[in-house]
Design a protein around this ligand. Structure first.
Ligand SMILES: Nc1nc2c(c(=O)[nH]1)N[C@H]1C(S)=C(S)[C@@H](COP(=O)(O)OP(=O)(O)OC[C@H]3O[C@@H](n4cnc5c(=O)[nH]c(N)nc54)[C@H](O)[C@@H]3O)O[C@H]1N2
Ligand SMILES: Nc1nc2c(c(=O)[nH]1)N[C@H]1C(S)=C(S)[C@@H](COP(=O)(O)OP(=O)(O)OC[C@H]3O[C@@H](n4cnc5c(=O)[nH]c(N)nc54)[C@H](O)[C@@H]3O)O[C@H]1N2
Ligand code: SF4
Ligand SMILES: [Mo]
Length: 738
């Protein structure tokens, strides 16, 4: 047993079970949440990004007073970024939702009891369903809730309440990677382990700004002692690109052409792994014929990448033994994100860079539990990574949960964008939003504002009453946050980790899990969830649901197993129960994939035009993304921590190249209007050569950004194409309104 055990020791199996009971006892309506053991150190994984660092909460008198990074955890090795370290500060904020609130048509908010709140929820939802059918109600969830809560939410909504349409913010984030993996591997299975970052000879980061978005993974890159080349493919000279040995500043959204061009060169030079391709893949001949058209001339013209750079990149990939490809939102958030991700997978298959240390086509996830959401939210896939359309899968789930198979819908239902369209069309009249803030984060969100007002019933379940979306809610349900409840997350490398209550939820706020329990009871679906008494019980259901699936973790007996091992990566089937997992495990070392023929597939398609290119009227391309390591998404949390607020600019800003700034009469710090065909935003200019001429960049953390974005989607994943649309920029006169 490694040193990890030392910080888990305070919780023996008995004390953990006792504590579970105590805290659960406190999760009933009207009951005071129980206190933690008086003075101790309690481990829990971080509730922000998908890296999944372990933190230690320092408890005084049953109340966490500080956090420090866990010293021996195999993910973060004693380090943490500012968000994680400051995660307690955001729990104390004055705008925490502490009581259920009802809002009338004139915008007056009134406090109600939990009993009334649940009655209103059930009464109004039922009335809408009776008048318009169950398809008139939809739900939206989040990759920031623990898997137990997500599975409960999705099961209650679909099996208990009979809804069909529900999605999550993971659609904004991971959908393209999910579809790419499913089609290529037969399952949504990111194959890597973080140690691969340390074992690669060549690392290729694609549309991924690790230094900002995954700072602790970035540290893992810096620990690599074998690295010959660090390639960053990003139109901007990001913090990450500055450290690259080769920065490929391609034209936005020309990735697909670049990858096909690389495949073309690899084939032409003979730099590919014939034996691996023959034994473990299908579709190679057709792929080779497809990329024949992507000659270096075609590729350099389309991508703006110089011939020398293209040849150098092909040589690095083709002649190195351990090449790993890592991608994030620069790829997924695109109108052709699925195919671009599959082109990355194709490069790895072509060169046999998979299943060995330091290799892999590796999608890095975003939120702390995006991976749990992908498998268990019961939205795009049926619980446990199954398919709603498959009758055998429906039977399996019905049997495990002890429910009537007829209650399981036979389609996944509408995606996020289609839910929005159905609200426009008046088909969806009620929406239940849990742990996401669409009125800030949805693409071209200004469209949503009027729409949400037209909903007959908007329920928002959030830890704050002040979010853009919560402010519109007819019914606001106050939720306990990370640090105030139990559950488990799955990080980017498939590692299960545990969160635990180290603080009391404020006022009458309840864990989402308890809110779902109360709704289930009041709805009359209580018996269906009797065995989901608390998150640990729900975890037992999840284990069963995972059994026999590629994501099998039926060998994980309980939370304590996870904590003792320093997190457990799936798969961890039942025959492993009780044994100690290696700290790092990757998939496909046996060359067997999850398709019935055991082979991985080449999937490809011709590259397409950008939906809204720059033109005369709107001559600049707007890129969006993460701004600093201290900011999280729509800032509902990170703006509440005084330390974090000092680490990022308070006002919204746009980064613009010095040549463009000069052309438009703009100086650094001056106020400008950024305008698109959808809207206009007054922000500060930041003049910097990190963006190319003809491109500008705005962080997503400010509400202004998604007033401008263009609602285009990948046709396969339905993921929004957040990262490129046409805008213009001009100085903002003080008298002109926004
Ligand atoms: N500090 C912080 N960390 C976070 C988050 C946060 O809000 N704040 N959010 C988390 C979440 S949910 C996610 S999904 C991840 C996102 O993590 P990342 O994807 O790394 O972050 P982004 O800044 O959205 O996008 C990455 C890069 O894509 C580039 N890009 C834009 N267009 C293109 C293109 O066409 N091609 C290529 N190759 N690159 C392009 C952008 O210039 C940007 O630098 O971060 C997670 N970590
Ligand atoms: N232009 C542009 N837009 C983007 C992106 C981009 O790159 N560019 N990135 C997209 C991506 S990748 C993502 S993931 C989305 C994120 O978009 P959102 O999901 O809208 O962003 P968050 O601010 O994380 O919202 C989470 C909400 O949940 C609440 N919350 C936190 N913890 C809990 C909890 O335990 N229970 C409950 N009930 N509520 C809780 C928070 O207060 C907050 O209101 O944004 C997308 N939008
Ligand atoms: S890198 Fe991610 S998981 Fe680690 S402390 Fe920061 S936000 Fe939390
Ligand atoms: Mo994300």
């Amino acid at each position: 047993m490694s040193g990890i055990a030392s910080f888990f020791r305070p919780f023996s199996r008995r004390s953990l079970a006792a504590e579970l009971r105590r805290v659960d006892a406190g999760h009933g309506i009207g009951q005071v949440p129980a206190r933690l053991s008086p003075d101790t150190i309690a481990p829990l994984v971080c509730g922000y990004c998908s890296t999944g660092c372990a933190l230690l909460a320092h408890i005084r008198n049953g109340h966490a007073v500080n956090l420090s990074p866990a010293p021996h955890y195999p993910v973060n090795h004693g380090t943490a970024c500012p968000k994680g370290w400051q995660a307690l500060a955001v729990l104390d904020s004055a705008d925490r939702a502490t009581v259920p609130l009802v809002q009338d048509r004139r915008g007056h908010r009134r406090r109600v009891s939990w009993g009334e709140a649940i009655e209103i929820f059930v009464g109004r939802m039922r009335r809408i369903i009776m008048e318009h059918g169950p398809d008139a109600v939809a739900f939206l969830g989040s990759g920031q809730l623990p898997t137990e809560e997500l599975a409960f939410f999705g099961s209650l909504a679909k099996f208990g309440m009979g809804l069909r349409h529900g999605d999550g913010n993971t659609r904004q984030c991971m959908a393209s990677a999910v579809v790419a993996y499913k089609e290529c591997f037969g399952f949504d299975a990111p194959p890597y382990t973080y140690a691969d970052l340390e074992e690669s000879e060549v690392i290729v980061l694609i549309g991924a700004n690790l230094a900002i978005a995954h700072p602790i993974l970035w540290r893992r890159v810096l620990r690599n002692q074998h690295l010959r080349a660090l390639v960053v493919i990003d139109p901007r000279t990001t913090e990450t690109a500055l450290a690259a040995t080769l920065h490929v500043a391609l034209r936005p959204k020309s990735d697909l052409v670049l990858f096909y061009g690389l495949a073309h060169l690899l084939l032409r030079q003979g730099w590919y792994d014939r034996a691996f391709i023959a034994a473990h893949t299908s579709g190679f001949e057709a792929f080779a014929a497809h990329v024949a058209e992507y000659s270096p001339e075609v590729v350099t013209a389309a991508t703006g990448v110089e011939l020398q750079t293209l040849l150098e990149l092909a040589r690095l990939i083709g002649t190195s033994r351990r090449v790993s490809f890592w991608w994030t939102m620069g790829i997924n958030q695109s109108y052709e994100g699925t195919r671009a991700a599959q082109a990355i997978i194709a490069l790895a298959l072509l060169t046999g860079n998979i299943g060995r240390p330091g290799t892999g086509p590796n999608s890095i996830t975003g939120q702390c539990n995006a991976m749990g959401s992908r498998l268990f939210a019961n939205t795009t896939c049926l619980l446990g990574g199954r398919d709603f359309r498959n009758p055998a899968h429906r039977l399996e789930v019905a049997e495990i949960l002890g429910i009537d198979p007829q209650r399981i819908p036979d389609t996944p239902g509408l995606s996020y964008a289609e839910i929005v369209e159905a609200i426009v069309a008046g088909h969806i009249r009620a929406l239940w939003v849990v742990g996401t803030n669409p009125l800030h984060s949805w693409i071209n969100r200004s469209d949503l504002e009027g729409l949400f007002d037209r909903l007959e019933f908007l329920v928002v379940q959030d830890m704050y009453h002040s979010t853009e979306t919560a402010q519109r809610a007819d019914l606001l349900l106050p939720a306990a946050a990370w640090g105030e409840k139990w559950g488990s997350f799955i990080n980017s490398e498939r590692r299960l980790g545990v969160i635990r209550p180290v603080r009391r939820p404020p006022g009458e706020a309840l864990p989402d899990f308890s809110i779902f329990q109360h709704i289930a009871e009041a709805w009359g679906a209580g018996p269906m969830f009797r065995s989901w008494r608390n998150p640990q019980d729900a975890f037992t259901r999840l284990r069963e649901l995972s059994r026999g699936q590629p994501c099998d973790f039926s060998g994980v007996r309980d939370y304590e197993d996870i904590e003792r091992a320093g997190g457990i990566q799936w798969p961890w089937p039942a025959d492993k129960a009780g044994s100690e997992p290696e700290p790092h495990r990757r998939l496909f070392s046996d060359g067997k994939f999850f398709h019935p023929d055991g082979k991985a597939r080449f999937v490809f398609e011709a590259a397409r035009e950008m939906p809204e290119a720059a033109d005369e009227a709107y001559p600049l391309l707007l890129l969006t993304g993460r701004g600093t390591a201290a900011q999280w998404h729509t800032q509902t949390r990170t703006s509440k921590a005084p330390v974090l607020r000092r680490l990022y600019p308070a006002d919204a800003y746009v980064e613009i190249h010095p040549d463009d700034a000069q052309r438009y009469g703009i100086t650094s710090g001056c106020e400008v209007f950024v305008e698109s065909r959808r809207g206009k935003a007054r922000v500060r200019a930041s003049v910097t050569p990190t963006v190319r001429p003809g491109q500008v960049f705005m962080p997503m953390h400010y509400v202004e950004t998604n007033r401008l974005t263009h609602a285009a989607f990948d046709p396969y994943s339905r993921q929004p194409s957040y990262k490129a649309c046409a805008v213009r920029v001009r100085p903002a006169p003080s008298w002109e309104e926004e």
